[in-house]
Design a protein around this ligand. Structure first.
Ligand SMILES: CC(C)(COP(=O)(O)OP(=O)(O)OC[C@H]1O[C@@H](n2cnc3c(N)ncnc32)[C@H](O)[C@@H]1OP(=O)(O)O)[C@@H](O)C(=O)NCCC(=O)NCCS
Length: 178
């Protein structure tokens, strides 16, 4: 057990903003903290932010925003989840579970029936444990200059309502990925 493990269950807070400096506070300033630079993709910043502080330091974050999509040709919206990060010294103690769960509680109030995220293949099992399901469909996302590209990472979704069922068919984001 790490000596940095919080002794009481940490509280997730809504953050008024989330800057590059906040992200570096959590993950450090290495060039590719999410391990996705090789995709060459341009990403959207998130609009709503949830975080955990420990000893006056931000140690975990998850971000949300509403995104327009088409699923099987039908236009709708999803809540995009991104920027999920836990400080290296605090990883493995359930902080990602806590901060993602709190962000999803808020996502349930935002309107869309599903949340969606993109992750590297090694993280699929982690998000499965949090109740997410991988999609096998091709997912198209926008890039600068109107380019449409196939998302090379795994796409995972989770329902935000008890009766929500993910429709079949290809998925197309009408925005940059988040
Ligand atoms: C990915 C990351 C956010 C996980 O944070 P964490 O606080 O260590 O995760 P948690 O301890 O909350 O683990 C969540 C669950 O996944 C499980 N888990 C953790 N790592 C796992 C792995 N590699 N494979 C499968 N399950 C895993 C945990 O056991 C836990 O399940 P449980 O609650 O049922 O026991 C953290 O490693 C990180 O910040 N990485 C760098 C940034 C990044 O890649 N972010 C992901 C963007 S999609």
């Amino acid at each position: 057990m790490s000596e940095n493990r919080p002794s009481v269950t940490p509280t997730v807070m809504r953050l008024p903003q989330y800057t590059k400096a906040n992200q570096e506070e959590i993950l450090g300033d290495s060039g590719d903290p999410f391990g996705v630079a090789s995709t060459g993709l341009t990403w959207l910043p998130k609009e709503e932010h949830f975080g955990i502080r420990h000893e006056d330091r931000l140690v975990a974050h998850a971000g949300l925003l509403r995104l327009p999509v088409a699923i099987g040709g039908a236009a709708t919206e999803v809540v995009g989840v991104g920027g999920v990060a836990v400080a290296p010294s605090m990883q493995g103690h359930g902080l990602a579970r806590l901060v993602v769960t709190a962000a999803l509680e808020h996502a349930r109030t935002m309107g869309p029936q599903h949340a969606l995220l993109f992750c590297r293949p090694p993280l699929v099992s982690l998000y499965r444990r949090l109740g997410w399901h991988p999609l096998d469909n091709v997912v198209l996302v926008e890039q600068p200059e109107g380019r449409l590209v196939t998302m090379p990472l795994r796409t995972m979704v989770t329902p935000l309502r008890d009766d929500a069922r993910w429709p079949s068919g290809p998925v197309r984001l009408f925005s940059l990925p988040m």
